[in-house]
Each structure stands twice: as structure tokens, then as C-alpha cells.
Design a protein around this ligand. Structure first.
Ligand SMILES: CC(C)(COP(=O)(O)OP(=O)(O)OC[C@H]1O[C@@H](n2cnc3c(N)ncnc32)[C@H](O)[C@@H]1OP(=O)(O)O)[C@@H](O)C(=O)NCCC(=O)NCCS
Length: 192
């Protein structure tokens, strides 16, 4: 066989100046519910469902524990060192055993917006995906109106690649979405 294949490693713990990123456990249930999982504002532009009850978070965590058995699962809880509990998440989805691309996504509880945590967490994740896993292209997208997410993607050095031509139904509204991407080549020459 020819070509390059990714060296998937799953959700390995990561550390930045201010953050610990690690796989979630059932012990994180209460903090996730209190800090972000049950907040409809956090989920306004998300494609996954809000979790109003603690039981919803517990079910979500049980599914994640199963998913963590796969080295294709990349889903970290974000733990600021000075808080010590889970205040959000960062994930890479749409990865495949033989594909060299991944989709970056993140969320934080509202009290932790505007501190640069999504950027800091995403930088660590991009480093892992490009330098360790060996992906060639990372991309991200957000619904039009989710300006904070667009700002985060741009702050990571991602390039705007276009707006969807067709709106899709989301929470009862028809929404367009904006797409961004960052190649490994650009990452190595401009960012790393
Ligand atoms: C998207 C989301 C994670 C962005 O959060 P954020 O805190 O605005 O993102 P960043 O980490 O990029 O932080 C940038 C902000 O932190 C500020 N900041 C403070 N200290 C900083 C630091 N040390 N480094 C970088 N930025 C810092 C920046 O000035 C900027 O603030 P501003 O936007 O008010 O000017 C957040 O809005 C969210 O969770 N939304 C709901 C979930 C969601 O929609 N997810 C995306 C789905 S596509």
C-alpha cells in the first residue's frame, strides 16, 4: 500500500500553561451539568443536544466512556488549573483510520468565555493532530451568527473557505454556516 496513514492515539491527556485537557469520567458529571452541559445559550449554535438533567449528562458520559475505547475518539474535558473542574470541551470529529483530516469543535461554560481558553485548548489539540497523529488538514465550521467561534478559528490561523450555499434547519431556524481550514503545511510554516 502507498501513502501516509495517521498514527491515531485517542484522547491522550494534554497540558498547556493554564489548562489540563483529559478524557472525561463519571466523576465529572456534576461539574459538566453545572458549568456548561445544561446551558441553552452554550448550545444555541451546537449540533449536539443540551443536557438539562444530570441524568442526561450521565448518559452522555457513559457513551463517551465506551467511545474512549477507540483510538479514533478525540474528546477532552477542559480543566483550568486554577478551577480544577470541567468547564468545557474540545473535540476532533470525522476522523478515520485512513483519512488525514479532522474537524475541530469546542464549547465552554459562559463564565469562561473571553479568557482565551478555547484558543489555548485548540492549539494543543492542533499540535497533537498535526505533529503526533500526522493529519494533513484540520477544518472547522460554525453557524452564521456564532461570531465567537469564527473568531476562535481565525485566531488559530485557520483560513475562511466559504459560506454554505444552502441553509440547514437548526433549532427551528434556517442557518448558513461558515467553513475554515488549516493545512499541515500552513501550520508548519506559519504557526508552529
Ligand atoms: C465558541 C467559544 C468556545 C469561544 O469562546 P471564547 O472564550 O470567546 O474563545 P477564545 O478562547 O478564542 O477566546 C478569545 C477571547 O478571549 C480573550 N482573551 C483573554 N485572555 C486571552 C489570552 N490569554 N489568550 C487569548 N485570548 C484571550 C480574547 O481577547 C477574546 O475575547 P473577545 O472575543 O471578547 O475579544 C464559546 O463562545 C462557546 O463555548 N460558545 C458556545 C459553544 C459553541 O458555540 N461552540 C462552537 C460550535 S461551532
Amino acid at each position: 500500500m502507498f501513502g501516509f496513514y495517521p498514527k491515531h492515539c485517542g484522547t491522550v491527556p494534554l497540558e498547556t500553561d493554564r489548562l489540563i485537557l483529559r478524557p472525561l469520567t463519571l466523576d465529572d458529571c456534576e461539574a459538566i451539568h453545572r458549568n456548561w452541559g445544561a446551558d441553552t445559550t452554550v448550545y444555541e449554535y451546537m449540533t449536539t443536544p443540551v443536557m438539562p438533567q444530570p441524568e442526561d449528562v450521565e448518559l452522555f458520559l457513559r457513551r463517551k466512556l465506551q467511545a474512549y475505547k477507540s483510538e479514533l475518539t478525540y474528546y477532552w474535558g477542559i480543566f483550568p488549573k486554577d478551577v480544577g473542574e470541567c468547564v468545557g470541551m474540545v473535540t476532533v470529529t470525522e476522523v478515520g483510520k485512513y483519512s488525514l483530516t479532522g474537524n475541530l469543535a469546542y464549547a465552554l461554560g459562559q463564565p469562561w468565555w473571553g479568557k482565551g481558553y478555547a484558543k489555548e485548548a485548540s492549539e494543543a489539540v492542533l499540535r497533537l493532530m498535526f505533529d503526533t497523529v500526522g493529519l494533513r488538514l484540520m477544518y472547522g465550521c460554525h453557524f452564521v451568527g456564532n461570531d465567537r467561534s469564527g473568531a476562535t478559528l481565525r485566531s488559530l490561523g485557520m483560513c475562511f473557505t466559504g459560506r454554505s450555499q444552502t441553509p440547514i434547519s437548526h433549532h427551528g431556524k434556517m442557518r448558513f454556516f461558515d467553513s475554515y481550514e488549516l493545512s499541515r503545511k500552513d501550520y508548519v510554516t506559519r504557526i508552529r
